[in-house]
Ligand binder design. Structure first.
Ligand code: SF4
Length: 365
């Protein structure tokens, strides 16, 4: 990994990159607008200073790559509603605990007496189900193609071991449909995508062929400075091509076919469905619901709990931020009322959230 963090190498690449970026900038009459889809890329660009370095030539736009941030408010409220049932123990990853529902978040629900537990893996939730056989254990499944396989494993395990009190609330999402939706938005000017390395490990380069059909420059990239700079170089270079191909600039982890075993697992346990995304509304074929063969583990099917009426958090611009339409500085609440200690929207909660990253590393210029 040291080679990908090497300062001398980064400087060399930057030296080669600048003339290309200047050329593209002159052709376009403006800075290049490149979206980094993944929340970890947003963090890497800010943390390493590469965003600042590129800023005279490239406007980097954060995309819908933070799973907690794109989860619709009604899903958050539905999940929180489970916590209010006496016979249910809600389990989830730490990030979800602080996400504001329309009324309370899960930490506050717990303070009010609800049984909510942080787990480090869905398997831990299956263990809890075995331990508390008189309770119903609901795991809140939020994430993209990357995290969904571990949830699928937990469901298969519960099925094999006949753990009948384990349930999953699936709010899992597929990444490519969201990028297609952004491309269809004529008010959005995007010159290219830096595609998420982690998702690509699962879906492979092949998983992005839908973008190839749209002829948009897009490169799968890693997270170190050399990865970031070479990826931007490849995107800018691809803009010169008539037929744009999806480039894999993360070959140390990403294969053409991806992780076929994980893909098969997802196909077995989940079915593709249309779901609501924060900021986007309903996107066709962009979600993962439980497959008919595993519906006994589907919390949505097993407990029809009426959540409180969802309300939009007043002043929060997360919906525009996940679409790359606004920067966190555009939100009047940013860093004043909304901080990582007191987050008012999901983009300030998650360590992959754009507001969280900007709060930690960026300054309005
Ligand atoms: Fe939402 Fe807070 Fe970000 Fe504003 S600063 S958009 S309230 S998360």
């Amino acid at each position: 990994i040291a080679a990908f963090r090497d300062g001398t190498m980064s400087k060399k690449i930057f030296g080669k990159l600048v003339p290309l970026l200047v050329q593209k900038q002159q052709e376009l009459g403006r800075k290049l607008r490149i979206m980094e889809v993944c929340g970890t890329h947003t963090l890497s660009f800010s943390k390493t200073g590469v965003r600042d370095l590129l800023s005279p030539y490239v406007e980097l736009i954060s995309g819908p790559g933070c799973p907690v941030c794109v989860t619709n408010q009604s899903d958050i409220d539905q999940m929180i509603a489970y916590a209010e049932k006496e016979d249910i123990i809600v389990t989830t990853f730490g990030d979800m605990m602080k996400v504001p529902g329309s009324r309370l978040n899960l930490y506050q629900e717990r303070a009010n007496g609800a049984d909510v537990r942080v787990v480090h893996s869905p398997s831990e939730a299956v263990e809890l189900a075995k331990k508390y056989s008189n309770k119903k254990i609901v795991f809140l499944g939020v994430g993209f193609e990357t995290t969904a396989p571990s949830v699928a494993v937990s469901i298969k395990r519960a099925s094999v071991e006949r753990v009948n009190n384990y349930f999953v609330y699936s709010a899992h999402k597929l990444t490519p449909p969201a990028l297609c939706a952004l491309l269809e938005d004529s008010t959005h000017q995007l010159d290219g995508f830096l595609l998420p390395g982690h998702v690509s490990v699962i879906i492979g380069r092949k998983g992005w062929t839908v973008l190839e059909e749209k002829n948009v420059p897009a490169v799968i990239g890693g997270f170190e400075p050399v990865d970031l700079l070479t990826s931007i170089y490849l995107i800018a270079n691809e803009m010169n091509e008539k037929k744009r191909l999806i480039r894999n600039n993360y070959p140390r982890f990403v294969r053409e076919e991806g992780n076929v075993k994980a893909q098969n697992l997802l196909k077995e346990v989940f079915s593709v469905c249309s779901v609501k995304w924060r900021g986007f509304g309903t996107l066709p074929y962009s979600g993962m619901e439980m497959h008919a063969n595993y519906q006994q583990f589907d919390a949505k099917k097993q407990f029809a709990i009426e959540p409180l009426k969802s309300r939009v958090i007043k002043g929060c611009r997360c919906g525009e931020i996940v679409k790359g339409k606004e920067k966190p500085f555009a939100c009047k609440l940013f860093a004043k009322v909304c901080t990582p200690e007191n987050p008012l929207g999901p983009c300030m909660v998650s360590s992959e959230g754009t507001c969280f990253t900007y709060y930690q590393y960026e300054q309005e210029k």
